[in-house]
Design a protein around this ligand. Structure first.
Ligand SMILES: [Fe+2]
Ligand SMILES: [Fe+2]
Length: 389
C-alpha cells in the first residue's frame, strides 16, 4: 500500500520482505506513470535531455498525489463496506428480495422501498468498483477487504449464507441527523442534536424465521406480536439507511477539501453528490415510520418505540420538513446557509466516519486486525491535504 509502504501491511502486521518488495514496486510504478502521464513520453524525453525538467515540474500536472491516493483508498474501503451492508438489505428486502414479510413492512414506509434499496445497492457496488479500477489505473494498490468477510448472515428466509463484513443485527442507530438537518445550528460550531428515535441493539434485518415467521402479514398498524416485531425491524432499517447516507454526504464533502488533483476532486464530488441524493430520499421515507398511520410501533423484543413525531408540534421533529434548514456556516456573522453539515475533518473526516460506524455496532464481531486496517486507511486519508492551487 502506498501510505505506509515501508514496513507494515494493510492489517498492521510487519510486512514480509516480499510484501515490501511489492510496495516498493507499486511506488516505482506510480512515480513512473505520474511522470509519463504528466509530460507525455516524448515531451519527458525532450525535457530530460535539455535539462529543463525542474523539480517542481511534476506538481503542475494533474497526477494524483500520495494524499489523493490515500483519500481514494479510504473512500473505496468505505464503499466496499457500504456495498456489504446494502447487499444484506437487498437480499431480504430489495426488488427481488427473498423475505416477503420484511418487504411488506418496508413497503409500509413507501411502496417503492424495494426498488430504492436495489438501486442504492447498485450505486454502492459501482462506487467501489470504480474507485478500485481508478486506483489500479493510477498504479496504486486496490483495496481488498475479503479476508474480513467473516461475520454471520441472517438466518431468515432470503439471506444468503455467506461471510459478511458488516453486522445489521444489533444496531445503535444515531438518529440525530434528523434533528440536525432541521436545526439552524451546525455541529462544526460545537452544536449537538437530540435523537429523533432511540434505537439501541436493534436488528434492522430479520434475524431468523422463529423471530419473524415468513409469510406474516404486515397490516398498518401492525396487530400481532410478529407483525410489530417485523415493522420495528423495517422502521429501524429506514432510519439506518438515512444515517449511513448522510454520513457519506459529509464524508465526501470533507474529503473533497483535501484533494489536489482536479480529476480526483471530480471523482469525489461526483460520487458525493449521489450520496446526498440517497440521503434525501431516505430522509423522506424514514419520516413515514414516525407519522400517521404507521407511527406508534413498539418492538416487543427490544422495546424500541417509533412515536408520532408530528404530535410534538415542533419543527425539529415535523416529518415533512425534509429539506435542510439553513444553518450557521463558516462564520456566524454570515447569513445562514443551507449546506451539508458537518464538513470538518474532526467531525466528518475518515476517522470520524470509522468511529461513527463502530458506534453504530455495524462492525460488531469484527477482528482487531479489521479495525487496525480501517483506522490506518482512515488516518492516511485524514492526513491528506491540498497541495495545488
Ligand atoms: Fe457510495
Ligand atoms: Fe451511499
Amino acid at each position: 500500500m502506498l501510505e505506509d509502504a515501508s514496513t507494515t501491511t494493510n492489517d498492521g502486521r510487519a510486512a514480509s520482505p516480499a510484501e515490501q518488495d511489492l510496495d516498493g514496486h507499486w511506488n516505482r510504478v506510480i512515480g513512473r506513470r505520474a511522470f509519463l502521464r504528466g509530460a507525455g513520453v516524448a515531451g519527458a524525453t525532450a525535457l530530460a535531455g535539455s535539462g529543463l525538467l525542474a523539480a517542481g515540474a511534476a506538481a503542475s500536472v494533474d497526477t494524483p498525489t500520495a494524499g489523493d491516493i490515500a483519500i481514494l483508498r479510504f473512500l473505496c474501503a468505505a464503499e466496499i463496506l457500504e456495498t456489504d451492508l446494502w447487499e444484506q438489505y437487498e437480499e431480504l428486502g430489495g426488488v427481488n428480495g427473498g423475505n416477503s414479510s420484511y418487504m411488506l413492512a418496508l413497503e409500509n414506509l413507501d411502496g417503492d422501498m424495494p426498488q430504492y434499496i436495489s438501486d442504492n445497492t447498485d450505486d454502492e457496488r459501482s462506487h467501489a468498483a470504480f474507485l478500485n479500477a481508478y486506483l489500479h489505473s493510477q498504479g496504486a494498490m486496490p483495496v481488498n477487504l475479503d479476508r474480513f468477510r467473516t461475520l454471520p448472515s441472517s438466518k431468515a428466509t432470503g439471506a444468503k449464507q455467506i461471510g459478511r463484513l458488516t453486522n445489521l443485527m444489533s444496531l445503535n442507530v444515531d438518529t440525530s441527523w434528523y434533528t440536525r438537518y432541521r436545526s439552524t445550528k451546525n455541529p462544526d460550531f460545537g452544536a449537538s442534536f437530540p435523537q429523533a428515535v432511540h434505537i439501541h441493539n436493534q436488528p434492522a434485518i430479520p434475524l431468523n424465521n422463529q423471530d419473524t415467521p415468513p409469510g406474516t402479514g404486515q397490516p398498518v398498524p401492525p396487530t400481532t406480536r410478529h407483525a410489530r416485531r417485523m415493522q420495528a425491524i423495517a422502521n429501524a432499517a429506514g432510519f439506518h439507511f438515512a444515517m449511513i447516507e448522510q454520513g457519506g454526504s459529509s464524508l465526501y464533502t470533507t474529503m473533497s477539501l483535501k484533494a489536489s488533483s482536479l480529476e480526483v476532486l471530480r471523482i469525489i464530488v461526483s460520487i458525493g453528490g449521489v450520496e446526498v441524493d440517497h440521503f434525501a430520499v431516505w430522509h423522506d421515507k424514514a419520516g413515514n415510520a414516525v407519522a400517521q398511520p404507521l407511527a406508534g410501533v413498539t418492538d416487543p423484543e427490544t422495546g424500541t418505540h417509533f412515536p408520532d413525531l408530528n404530535a410534538r408540534d415542533s419543527e425539529l421533529f415535523q416529518t415533512n420538513l425534509i429539506f435542510p434548514e439553513p444553518c450557521d456556516f463558516l462564520d456566524k456573522g454570515l447569513p445562514a446557509c443551507s449546506v451539508i453539515r458537518p464538513s470538518t475533518t474532526q467531525n466528518s473526516g475518515a476517522v470520524a466516519a470509522v468511529r461513527a460506524l463502530t458506534a453504530d455496532n455495524l462492525f460488531q464481531g469484527q477482528t482487531p486486525a479489521f479495525f487496525r486496517t480501517l483506522m490506518r486507511l482512515a488516518q492516511a486519508a485524514d492526513a491528506a491535504h491540498r497541495t495545488r492551487v
